[in-house]
Design a protein around this ligand. Sequence first.
Ligand code: X5A
Ligand code: ZN
Length: 554
Amino acid sequence: MKMGTALIYDEEMTKYKLLWVDPVCKIEVPERLIVSYEALVKSGLADRCVSIPVREATDAEILLAHSEEYLEAVKKTPFMHLEELMTFTQKYGDVYFHPNIYHCAKLAVGATLQLVDNVMTGKVRNGMALVRPPGHHSQSSAANGFCVFNNVAIAAQYAKKHHKAKRVLIVDWDVHHGQGVQYCFEDDPSVLYFSWHRYEHQSFWPNLKESDFDSVGSGKGAGFNVNVPWNKVGMGNSDYLAVFFHVLLPVAYEFSPDLVFICAGFDSAIGDPEGHMSATPDIFAHLTHLLMNLADGKVCAVLEGGYNLTSLAQSVCQTVQTLLGDPAPRPAQLGGASAPFPEEPSSKNRRPAQQGGSQGPEGDAGGDAQREEEKVEEKEEEEIVWPEPLRRVAPSLRSALLLPDAVECPDGCARFTCVRACSPLNATVLLRSPSPPQGCGDTAGVMQAVLGLLLPLGYQYEPGLVLLARLPGYQVEGGLWQQLTCLLQGLALGHTLVLLQVIGITASCLLGNAALSLGPLVAPGPEDVGSFERLRLRLQTDWPLLQTTGTFRD
Ligand code: X5A
Ligand code: ZN
């Protein structure tokens, strides 16, 4: 099996823009895609990806998530004049049309489907589609929130239909609620939709009651919709990680998807004029890493929002570099939530000046008062600075093994007599002779402890080295061991030292392959749950990332 990372992009999707004055829509600019792609090229990441051409989605594919009436209506937009486009636009919320947007929307869906095809057939391990228009707000019969067709919702249906995916996980880390995705899979237990979003007790767009935490799905789909509404702005790296450790990942591992989509909106990153959050671009390396051992590594990231061009480009690079398998950077800013940055801000991250301004016929929409307001807002945004993410290096040597003479070296590993001389990313020391395998029982209970205790502790502690020992008498089951080995490589820049008696399944994880899926998990036993919870309660005062219900900041 070939194991690369797909990158799907076409310049054509930069070829539409807002043609009139609309303060709500002016942030959705072609430059979003241009700067994202250029950053990938400049950093050398684009070259390391398998580049796959886009295609137009067919009518039948679009109809997987949209009504015929709506598709027929959108089909007419390429022939509309400015006035007609403006009138058509007014039927929907916070969106604009352009004579070329229908073409781009078909390419955005098609790009996403190309990604699914390549991931599901094993031509690549994972990948990212850089698309415009975004998708997660669009609904069966409505454009909404800059979205025309629901790229990810269509792709999830397509994966079920054409690739026999039984369970699909959609992780929406965009700062807005992807209500279009929620509506599409409301009563469908085969698609688990997770979204966190700025909410502020329904005062933030799209101002929906159904974006709250109590919308969990309906009928057979009850329990398969997970909303995490943020009731204040300024959420930071530790808030995002805590939600992953304590909410998303336990649910995702229990669900055991065959395929993972990321609605990869980066308006949840610092500096974004919509999100007003504080999480830094490097957090996306960790969020990506934490999803990469689900579904045997089949992760499809699809661009949604992201309106600060600097923060957007940096975040896209962090995501793609992690998909490529490079070790994640040291997780930073985990002290407490929403704290101001202690570091000297770098001036490199000043938000670029607003591009061009609005084009086309300038009716006096808004007047002076509004313009003044915009000026104030822009000024506030400009002052937000953050340290540029450190350059991440791909290790020249990933895995070194210290083996007893009689043991054969596994495929893909190089045998070295002296570890010190070659400074590998990680190392394995094989001890004595193999012992017979022994299970330690409850997979679900161990996973709960790994996600809910071990990872939060590890992230907060920030070790310089992870030492893993798989010793006789205390053997965890193989799949679990792989998950543990893979997940812990998010720490200490991936520096891992493993002590083993059998090399078998571990080498693959150290070489950067995904851990095998554990299959759907059942509930852990009440004793495990009890002791887990007692331990968590004892530790949480010293380790903020362990805080969950009751003590979690509201
Ligand atoms: C894809 C996305 C945001 C729409 C905001 C409208 N849409 N106020 O981020
Ligand atoms: Zn968004």
